[in-house]
Design a protein around this ligand. Structure first.
Ligand code: NAP
Length: 304
């Protein structure tokens, strides 16, 4: 054990439930910062490396909860959270549960209600940038502000920046799902691009630098699009939706000619065509933001 890892009396004990990659990183950061850290995972062997670094392995979730006033849960999904906390509900009473598992705003509110009914103090949270233990980590929280303030210095041991987004338990998840919408669509777009490149005989690594350049273009566009969306003004003088539709059609045509599924970009094309049909062809691409309101209606897919 290094001096840094030695438990320091001024550091609050913490329990971490769930030892996937994130739970292991969370527990590791608490240990590194001198917190007595108790861990539990459904598959007990995943605690081995942490125990070697002085974490305490609990035999059950309830035993783990009983070891600390602050309990972090970070597992696959909210169903798994519910399964775990139901097992430990009695022990959780009077303690603080911080749920860093990804979920929907509705699930966050439901967990807050579950906790309130059982006398459990509850903060919902989200790991936005998972570089736990480094300055690049980014975490959101929502729920009672005094609760957040009470545990703020302990949570700071996870590194990076932490933001309390308000007392509504759903707020952290609301930010998180919005940002993850961007993440998953962007990552899927890149992987689809690699499939198209592969079909054209281009190696993934040969596109890396220019793909990063394209992402840089999107990055630079973000504040511009945000301004247009907030002001509901979509000047299309630089490039308009009719031009965007033509550009998208080329990619869909090339995708189909390569024998690949064009579903990812076809969904974007539908939104662009809706905007054009509504008379907004001269507007910028940002107008598309208004075209998702009827997403639950059946969408006909005009052929490109
Ligand atoms: N990984 C990342 O980069 C990242 C980034 C941001 C946010 N997150 C979020 O952090 C959370 C955890 O992610 P992760 O990557 O660490 O792990 P994960 O692969 O999403 O989930 C694995 C963990 O969930 C547990 N689990 C699954 N079903 C369970 C059940 N029914 N009962 C009890 N435990 C159950 C697993 O236990 P066993 O070991 O026993 O299977 C393991 O501890 C997720 O919500 C994820 O979206 C992850």
């Amino acid at each position: 054990m290094t001096p840094q890892q030695a438990t320091r009396d001024d550091r609050a004990p913490v329990t971490v439930l769930g030892l996937g990659p994130m739970g292991r990183a969370l527990a590791g950061a608490f240990l590194t910062n001198g917190h007595r850290t108790t861990v539990w995972n459904r598959t007990a062997s995943k605690a081995d490396a942490l125990v070697a670094k002085s974490a305490i392995r609990a035999a059950t979730a309830a035993e783990a909860v009983a070891a600390s006033d602050l309990v972090i849960v970070c597992v696959l999904d909210q169903d798994a959270v519910r399964t775990i906390v139901e097992q430990a509900a009695e022990s959780l009473k009077g303690r603080t549960l911080v749920n860093l598992t990804t979920g929907t705003p509705e699930q966050a509110r439901a967990m807050a209600t579950w906790a309130a009914e059982r006398g459990v103090d509850y903060l919902d949270g989200a790991i936005v940038t998972p570089a736990i233990g480094t300055p690049a980590a980014r975490l959101f929280y929502s729920g009672p502000e005094d609760l957040y303030e009470a545990h703020r210095s302990t949570l700071a041991s996870l590194g990076g920046t932490h933001t309390h987004l308000g007392t509504d338990a759903a707020r952290a998840a609301a930010y998180d799902v919005s940002l993850l919408d961007l993440f998953w669509t962007a990552a899927t777009g890149y992987l689809h691009a690699l499939a198209l490149a592969d079909a054209q005989g281009i190696a993934a690594k040969d596109l890396t630098v220019d793909a990063q350049g394209i992402v840089g273009l999107v990055r630079d566009l973000i504040p511009v699009l945000a301004d247009q969306v907030e002001s509901r003004r979509y000047p299309g003088d630089g490039s308009n939706l009719v031009s965007a539709a033509a550009g998208i059609d080329h990619i869909i045509d090339a995708t189909k000619a390569s024998g690949l599924d064009a579903g990812v970009l076809s969904a974007a094309r539908v939104a662009v065509l809706r905007a054009i049909e509504a008379g907004h062809g001269d507007d910028s691409f940002a107008r598309v933001v208004e075209m998702f309101g009827s997403a639950q209606e059946t969408v006909s897919m005009p052929s490109s």
